[in-house]
Ligand binder design. Sequence first.
Ligand SMILES: [Zn+2]
Length: 154
Amino acid sequence: MSSPETGKKLAGDRCAPEPPGTKMTTARVLTRLTSRNNPRLLPPRVRPSPSRERRVYSCAFCRTHAAYHDDIISKAFQGRHGRAFLMNEVCNVTLGVHEERLLMTGMHTVRDVFCSGCGSLMGWQYVRAHDASQRYKEGKFIVEKAMVLHEGGW
Ligand SMILES: [Zn+2]
């Protein structure tokens, strides 16, 4: 019999051993007990590394999250205030009424997009493109670069 098992049982090997000479203080016992009942006291869950986290754009005025970097289709669009992003999706916005608007690429049915936190005009949504070559934008959003910030300094 050449089992690699030593058969030795370590008492308390599931817990980190206390350094010799220290006793568990009352405060520490209390923390352990409370943290079991209060999720906010538990250690933070393991999160993906920063490079894998979804990068967020937020409203430049009130910092409400507005969009994810992953949802950018193109950065080469033109808004009212300069550069703008074409995006698959935005969040925390309210939408205005449908309007016919003549844009650089022709006539479109659009509706304005406002931050739901502060009401700032962030861009617009393409509802319908009259020109067939522009149909790929239908349902997509324009977000003015000047109206959003990188959240978290990425
Ligand atoms: Zn806002």
